[in-house]
Design a protein. Sequence first.
Length: 215
Amino acid sequence: MPIHKEGYPFIALFAAVNLLAFLFSPLLGWLLLPVTLWCVAFFRDPERNTPTGEELIICPADGKLLPIVEAVPPAELGLGDAARPRLSIFMNVFNVHVNRNPVSGSVIATAYRPGKFFNASFDKASIHNERMSVRLRPEGETDDRRDLAVVQIAGLVARRIVCDLKQGQSVRRGERFGIIRFGSRVDVYLPPGTEILVQPGLITRAGETVLARFV
């Protein structure tokens, strides 16, 4: 099973503690073994088959799609104060946590903002929690009419957001761009007029599930 590079220090720590537990008490070692195996599974990084089609917007995270609402994107991205469709994917501690680019194009802006650590399934997490926001411009666009935002949001137990994207960087749809540990949320703010192709409650897969289509 492929493992994300962020996971190796944690897996080594869990495995070392588990080994010491076996040496101290075999029963304790067996009791801790599922925790160690969960740590390995948490950082799994499977390959995905990303759909083709220039107009498609792909889901950036594994998890459950929360209710779709109209919301103002993070102010630090400069996308204005008009509400736009927000699709939120809640990632529990058993989901794959590697995030992937929803479109091909370029990174217009990135912005980190510290914050609180409410349960990521709560709507207020989008506003108050620690987050890393990215503004993307789809390939071939020369203005901001199709710019969209992807926001990594820390959750109740998440304390580390990793984002590899930099302003001015070119990205490809479906490529990995980061990870959040341990349990979190990813919001996607779509440009006005985008056709949404999913319904709340859907179980999504990063890099494969089609969220919407430019029209």
